[in-house]
Design a protein around this ligand. Structure first.
Ligand code: UDP
Length: 531
């Protein structure tokens, strides 16, 4: 097939305002622009600021990528000014207001699009942004839905919903087989929870399903070598065109973009690289729980002790220092001083892909967020899996059971389901030490795991290059957008022309507004003209 040129097409990408969603959308923007498209990422001011460096870097490379800002109406729903990203929500009570505010971005998006000299050809909206659907309907723009979790998770949740398992089974921890799933998989509700399954967001959840069912197509950040069977299954179940266009993190990124991806790092990336340069290949363990999950203080301390006992070099992106109990323990215990020759604590945002892409990175203790999972896979770094909630338990299965590139830490359920006296501890210091030793093992098992990881990394990169499956899926998507957007444009022009033709009738109808004009009125005026 000739390479599709996205040259004339303008894509508007609308990510959910959460790191695990904005980051892959910005990657996708670069990937689409590299195919000649013009791409605008629409987000809120705080999130635009976080991503501006990467976007400007892409512009300097000659890519037609831009950012547009839409206000975030958080204060209307009780959120402090400037809270615009899920990683800023400090307690569960803020989530409801946050999602209500996300839904209220609809007017801002519509106003922005109406202000453009020309309608964009296609909107790619995060699956969690169904409020984009009525905007697209009103403006006659085609709409694709982008999913950010794995297809394994999406299909599992679809099957569980379709077969009524969430309603039928009361015990969150009861194990059952996922019905109608392409592979045999045992699950429970606790570890396969739907994203919007908590009180107060029932309407929002319905909106998500409806907007997916009416989308012009679906994009998934995955690649067919690891999830082909699930992508095909999902496409068949949903009956919508589906493209696997990832892993977006392997879309080609220079060091400038890597060091600044998602946010300005709280540590100098060049310094981290020189720290890694001084370590042997595949010797360093990187630890991160993504942008949202936090360990409870007692669990964070057990992890710290286990890392110390492991005697391996490590870099830990430790968000938990925001918690006073963890900070006091760290300071009072002299921990940093004791591990200073081999342990690095990044107190905040770490340049994750800079670290994982360094040859010294030998293991990744990860919460199994889907982006983290893809980043581990794309860089050939075996994973020590420590899921917390949402889709993370299914990514663990994929890494450990399906792909054979992971070792389990021993977490069994979201900490929400633990008895209070456990204080969130599921993996004690000794278990951490043992799991790290197993992951970093240089014996036969460790070598085989590392070889599989390297093989998958090569496949991930190949998928994104010309001739690869994700590249081909994107080519197909561009063709599809090119055809469908043309049709939509013609429909809009025909509708506009129709409105122009009706102008004389409108004069007859006097000063009634469009909504006031009853069908009978219109009909009678049209008939009198025809007579
Ligand atoms: N990330 C990062 N530095 C950090 C923490 C996270 O760059 O200190 C990035 C990470 O590379 C990934 C994203 O933030 O791209 C988090 O997405 P993921 O799906 O892994 O987890 P979530 O935060 O959604 O739970």
């Amino acid at each position: 097939m000739a390479m599709a040129a996205a040259g004339e097409l303008h894509f508007l990408l609308v990510p959910l305002v959460a790191q695990g969603h904005i980051i892959p959308m910005v990657d996708l923007a670069r990937y689409l622009a590299a195919r000649g498209g013009r791409v605008t990422v629409v987000t809120t001011p705080v999130n635009a600021t976080r991503n501006r460096a990467v976007v400007e870097g892409a512009q300097r490379e000659g890519l037609a990528v831009d950012l547009a800002e839409v206000a975030f109406p958080g204060p209307e729903f009780g959120l402090p000014e400037g809270v615009e990203n899920m990683d800023q929500l400090v307690d569960m009570n803020m989530y409801l207001g946050f999602f209500k505010a996300v839904w209220r971005m609809e007017a801002g998006l519509e106003g922005y699009i109406r202000s453009l000299p020309r309608r964009p050809d296609c909107i790619v909206a995060d699956a969690c942004n169904p409020w984009t659907a009525p905007v697209c309907d009103r403006l006659g723009i085609m709409r694709l839905v982008m999913h950010c979790p794995s297809t394994y998770f999406l299909l599992a949740v679809h099957c569980l919903t379709k077969h009524g398992m969430y309603d039928r089974i009361a015990d969150e921890l009861e194990l059952f087989e996922i019905p109608n799933f392409p592979v045999c998989a045992v699950a429970n509700k606790a570890t396969f929870r739907r994203f919007f399954q908590w009180p107060g967001v029932e309407k929002e959840e319905r909106d998500v399903f409806e907007a997916e069912a009416t989308a012009d197509g679906l994009l998934i950040n995955t690649f067919r070598d690891i999830e082909g069977i699930f992508v095909d299954g999902y496409e068949a179940e949903l009956g919508r065109r589906t493209w696997a266009i990832g892993p977006t993190c392997a879309a080609g990124m220079d060091a400038y973009a890597r060091d600044r991806r998602g946010n300005r790092a709280d540590v100098d990336a060049d310094w981290i690289v020189s720290w890694l340069d001084a370590r042997p290949p595949a010797s360093v363990l990187y630890i991160s729980f993504g942008s949202i999950a936090h360990l409870q203080p007692k669990q964070a301390i057990e992890l710290a002790r286990g890392l110390e006992a492991s005697r391996r070099p490590f870099i830990w992106a430790i968000k938990e220092v925001k918690n006073a109990a963890v900070r006091e323990w760290l300071d009072g215990d002299g921990y940093e001083e004791r591990v200073k020759d081999r342990g690095l604590l990044v107190r905040g945002w770490a340049p994750q892909v800079t670290i994982l892409s360094h040859p010294a990175a030998g293991g990744f203790l990860t919460h199994c967020g889907w982006n983290a999972t893809l980043e581990a896979l794309s860089h050939g770094v075996p994973a020590l899996t420590w899921p917390n909630f949402s889709d993370q338990f299914s990514s663990e299965r994929l890494l450990v059971d399906v792909l054979g590139v992971g070792v389990r830490s021993g977490v069994r359920m979201p900490s929400l389901f633990l008895p209070p006296e456990a204080e969130g501890v599921q993996v004690n210091c000794a278990a951490v030490e043992k799991a790290v030793a197993e992951l970093m093992d240089t014996g036969a098992d460790g070598k085989a795991r590392r070889a599989r990881a390297k093989d998958l990394a090569a496949k991930a990169r190949a998928a994104m290059e010309e001739g690869g499956s994700s590249h081909a899926d994107l080519t197909d998507l561009i063709h599809y957008v090119s055809e469908l957007s043309k049709k939509k444009r013609q429909e809009r022009e025909a509708a506009d022309a129709g409105e122009m033709a009706l102008l004389p009738f409108a004069a007859e109808l006097g000063d009634k507004s469009g909504e006031q004009i009853e069908a009978e009125d219109t009909l009678s005026v049209v008939q009198s003209y025809a007579a």
